[in-house]
Ligand binder design. Structure first.
Ligand SMILES: Cc1cc2nc3c(=O)[nH]c(=O)nc-3n(C[C@H](O)[C@H](O)[C@H](O)COP(=O)(O)O)c2cc1C
Length: 262
């Protein structure tokens, strides 16, 4: 499948086959994809604990709860707990030295000295600020997005889950204080149709993107939109006419109580 179609067909899959385990190699490929994502200063602060429901200690599985649509965690064969370790920033000077040696930064004979006397001192002076929520979270998001696409490419369904209990999850998993849990991601084989009811709604393009300064919408070419439709990236919007019946079927097949929201 081409990249454009992959972007267009990916969905948050909330209904997973509870009985079908996920091969560890498939999870490894997700983690490899996350590792290769671009991240500021090459610090690599994105980390994860992968919890396989069938082999993890009971107290670990029990600690993974989400107040919104919690059934997703109960049904998931795998939950990836993605977190940021801000301690990675402490070693950032060495990451810059690696980049320089790899030919990714600067040029000429004096670049090594300039790195030591100019660039590294700048980063040293803002180190504690760089550990605060901001750039680190952005590059973690890039890694999680790449892992998500890799999961999709392998036939897996995923859904990101936020939780107000992230601190609790951090301490239950034994993570150091330098870590912030970012989100849980459920992973498994989809129980719903690949289309999952159609492409989910988005904010209007013109509201999101501006040209040159705020207030003037970035012009949206219909020709490009048509091209992306042909390529499978922009698809029929949800819901498909039969979606409610599919949801009703899934609710009963998977034994989900209530409305599935809380
Ligand atoms: C950071 C993040 C947190 C999310 N938290 C939840 C959540 O707690 N529960 C849930 O059902 N979906 C959650 N989602 C999934 C979004 O609701 C989903 O992306 C949105 O409905 C659009 O659907 P799509 O991903 O299929 O395009 C989250 C997604 C992200 C990126």
């Amino acid at each position: 499948m081409e990249l454009r179609e992959v972007i267009g067909r990916r969905r948050s899959i909330r209904f997973l086959l509870p009985y079908k385990p996920v091969e560890p190699e498939k999870i490894q490929r997700m983690l490899e994809a996350a590792r290769l994502a671009s991240h500021w200063g090459n610090v690599g602060s994105l980390r994860a604990v992968v919890v396989f429901r069938d082999s993890a200690p009971k107290d670990v599985v029990d600690s993974l709860v989400a107040p919104i649509a919690g059934f997703q965690i109960r049904l998931a064969p795998v939950v990836i707990v993605w977190y940021i370790d801000t301690a990675a920033v402490d070693d950032q000077s060495n990451r810059l030295r690696e980049l320089l040696a790899a030919g990714a930064l600067g040029f000429g004979d004096g670049k090594k000295e300039a790195l030591e006397t100019q660039l590294i001192p700048i980063f040293d002076s803002i180190r504690e600020g760089l550990k605060q929520p901001g750039l680190g979270e952005v590059d973690c998001g890039q890694g999680i997005a790449q892992a998500t696409l890799m999961a999709f490419e392998q036939g897996l369904g995923t859904c990101c889950l936020g939780s107000p209990n992230l601190d609790q999850i951090r301490s239950n998993l034994g993570l150091p204080d330098t870590c912030r849990v970012l989100l849980l991601q459920t992973v498994g084989y989809p129980a719903e149709s690949p289309d999952a009811g159609g492409q989910r709604p988005r904010q209007p393009f013109e509201k999101l993107f501006h040209l040159n300064r705020y207030g003037k919408p970035f012009p949206r070419s219909e020709k490009v939109v048509d091209e992306l439709k042909d390529d499978g990236m922009i698809q029929s919007p949800a819901p498909q006419p039969w979606r409610e019946e599919e949801l009703n079927y899934l609710k009963h097949a998977l034994g989900i109580k209530g409305h599935g929201l809380i």
